[in-house]
Every structure is written in C-alpha cells, then in structure tokens.
Write a protein that binds this ligand. Structure first.
Ligand code: FE2
Length: 406
C-alpha cells in the first residue's frame, strides 16, 4: 500500500478556510491547492487548460534561474507534454512596457495558459498578460483612473498563480499593480476576471527567503488582514476569515524570520498571505495602503516595508473611528478568545513590537522628506484604499498625519 503523507495541521486549517470561502461565496480562484510539495501537481493541474500544449511561464528575473525552479517547472510540465515558453522580464515591478511585451509574446507563441511563479509582481504581471493576450490595446488602456478606461471584455486565458513569497496574496486577488515609471505612479488593472484560475500555494517555495523579504512580506499580509476589518467597505463574513488568519501571524512570522527553513512557520505565513489576499479582494483596504502606494512610487520604498512602518501609526490614528472592529481584529491577533477592554492598546503595542522584532524602522525619518515631498506623497495617496479609511482622509489631513512621522 502506498504511503500517504499526512497533512500538517496548518494545511487542515487552510482547507477549512477554503471551504468557508466557498460557503460564503467570496471571490477567489476556481481552484485553490495549498500544501508543501504541491508544486509536484502542476502538470496534472495544467493539463485540462493547455489544449494546444503550450504555457507561457513568467518567472522572477533572477531567483528562478538561481534556485533551479525553471528546470523544475519545465520538467513538471513536460511530463504532461506541455511546452514551457519561459519569460524573465519582470525585474522589480511590472511596467506597462514589460506587460505589453509579454502579452505580445503570448499571442505570437499562441500559448493557451499563463503561469506566474514568483513574488506578487510576477503574479500581477501574469494576470495582466493573461487578459491582454486576448483583449485589444496596451496595459495602459486598462489602468484605473487613467488611460482610455478600456474594460476587459474577453475572458482572459487560464492563469495559474504560484507564489514564492508570503506577502501580497496576489494569487487570490482581482487586481494587477502596474508601474508607470515615467509618470511616477503605480495603478491597478482591476476586474473580477483577473482572479487567477488556479492558485497553487506551496509553502516549500518560501523556504530560506531572505529575512528582510520575510519581514516586509509578513507585515504587508498583516496590514491586509487588519485593514480589511476596519475599512468602511468591511463585510462580516470577510472579517471572520481575517480573524482566523490573524491568529497565525505572530507565531508564523516571528519563527519564519528567525528560522527561515522552518516549514511549519512557512506554512503559517503562506496561509496568512493567501487569506489576506481574499480579504483585500472582498473588502478592500485603508490608509496604510493608500500612503504605501505613494511611498513606493515616489520614493522607492518596498511595499511591505512601507506597510510595516505605517501600520502601528495608522491603527492608532483610526482607533476611535472603528473601535469595535479594531478590538475584534486585534484580539484575534493576540489570540484572545474575545476582545477585552485593553485589546486595542495591547494589540497595537504587539503590532509595534513585531515591527521592531522584524527590524523595520519606526517612522519615515530615514527618508529625510521635505515639506514638498510630504505634500506630493499626500496628493498621491488618495487612491481607492484611502477612500475606505475609517476616518475620511483628504490631502490636508494626510499631510498632518505624515508630519508626525518625519
Ligand atoms: Fe499590500
């Protein structure tokens, strides 16, 4: 009789959460596969989607070749007679030009499946490419708030998202963040059709990530969970899911940071990231994400680092406007059975302690921002996340808030 590997208790939690996502009818990939070593199932999962037997596989520029992932994916697909067309064009974040180039390649090669394997940027690029391969125009035409305002009319090519970090939850979401470097901003293509067809979350792929990538990514995921509970667009069924995930953050993240090869900790952080993606896609976010987008576009601050710096401050700032919701979320973060009188103060202190433990700066002083810089950041912070903040924010209020951090 063949030996079967028993699921870890984190995998069991993941499948309970996936059942809950389905029962509540939350927006999520059609197929979600979670667990260590699950990458092995790639060929079998891809086969029904690859009628012409050709997949464009988008990798991170350097990491995939270094770790042997490219050969591994090629072998897994070849076993099912699927030819891999590899693409290594995403160096940091996808730009309009990079996405358009990859979409042109997908059309030229007549692939029938797009696979994104890497960090959030790679997965976002793959989502956009899957859509543009079968829709007219450039990525620029679909970006929110700018461009020609085109809508994705044709169903994108089937798309697989395989994260190699635990951070953005991009494997579960309906948007693709795309950089417009010459204009100094990042904007999203956003459409439920962009949700990946298959999310294949194998925590083994996160083993031995550098400590700062683990730290920044973990704070990004934590920010998704907490902001989804307090945003004005919050939904009780999403909050319930966020609470489940929040109970795993402290243990998962602190152990993964200290002991990068600890598979149980990587499973916890992958679960937290995956559920954070579902929460942000179904509820939205708040001001830490509004400002983080501007800091990334204007001052090159990595997204998770910006979230980690801002989160304790934005929670304190918003506390009076969402006290019940914040108390509930922070009680879950503290693993309390239910909120207590001091759950908010203790919870924010614990978030700040985690931030310090992960060696993330306490404020924005290190950027040496001028008054003009602060105004420009505030002006660029007014995206959709900011509009969901519990305290309504405008440019003068955001400037006032930022002045306390510099
Ligand atoms: Fe984020």
């Amino acid at each position: 009789m063949p030996l079967t590997m028993k699921n870890s208790h984190i995998e069991d939690k993941a499948y309970e959460a996936i059942e809950y996502i389905r029962a509540q009818g939350l927006l999520a990939p059609t197929t979600i596969v979670f667990g260590s070593h699950k990458l092995r199932e790639l060929g079998e999962l891809a086969l029904p989607h690859a009628h012409r037997g050709k997949a464009l596989v988008i990798f991170g520029a350097n990491s995939a070749r270094k770790s042997g992932l490219t050969d591994r994916v090629d072998a897994l697909l070849s076993r099912y007679t699927i030819k891999m067309v590899p693409w290594f064009g995403v160096v940091r974040e996808p730009t309009v030009r990079i996405v358009d180039e990859a979409a042109a390649l997908a059309r030229r090669e007549k692939v029938d499946l797009i696979i994104g394997i890497g960090g959030g940027s790679v997965i976002d690029c793959a989502k956009a490419v899957a859509a543009l391969a079968v829709n007219e125009g450039s990525a620029a035409d679909y970006l929110e708030g700018i461009g020609r305002g085109l809508k994705i009319t044709n169903q994108p090519l089937p798309m697989f998202a395989i994260p190699t970090t635990a951070a953005t939850g991009a494997e579960m979401t309906k948007n693709a963040v795309i950089c417009v470097p010459e204009k100094g901003y990042k904007k999203s293509m956003r459409d439920p059709k962009l949700v990946p067809t298959v999310a294949l979350v194998d925590p083994e792929l996160c083993l031995n990530l550098p400590a700062h990538v683990t730290a920044n990514g973990g704070m990004d995921a934590l920010t998704h969970l907490l902001e989804s509970c307090i945003t004005t667009r919050r939904r009780p069924e999403v909050t319930e899911l966020a609470h489940r995930a929040l109970r795993n953050v402290q243990l998962g993240l602190s152990v993964a940071f200290e002991d990068p090869g600890n598979i149980l900790a990587r499973e916890r952080t992958a679960l937290v990231s995956m559920l954070g993606g579902v929460c942000l896609a179904n509820s939205g976010l708040a001001m830490a994400h509004g400002i983080a987008a501007a800091l990334g576009a204007l001052h090159d601050v990595p997204h998770g680092l910006a979230c980690g710096i801002l989160l304790p401050h934005t929670l304190r700032y918003n506390a009076s406007a969402c006290s019940d919701e914040l108390a509930g979320a922070l009680a879950a973060f503290l693993n309390q059975v239910e909120p207590r009188d001091n759950s908010i103060s203790d919870g924010i202190e614990a978030v700040d302690n985690l931030r310090r433990w992960l060696q993330i700066p306490p404020d924005l002083k290190y950027l040496r921002l001028s008054a003009d810089d602060i105004r420009t950041i505030a002006e660029h912070s007014m995206g959709s996340s900011m509009s969901g903040n519990p305290i309504p924010m405008d440019v003068p209020r955001t400037i006032e808030f930022l002045e306390t951090l510099v």
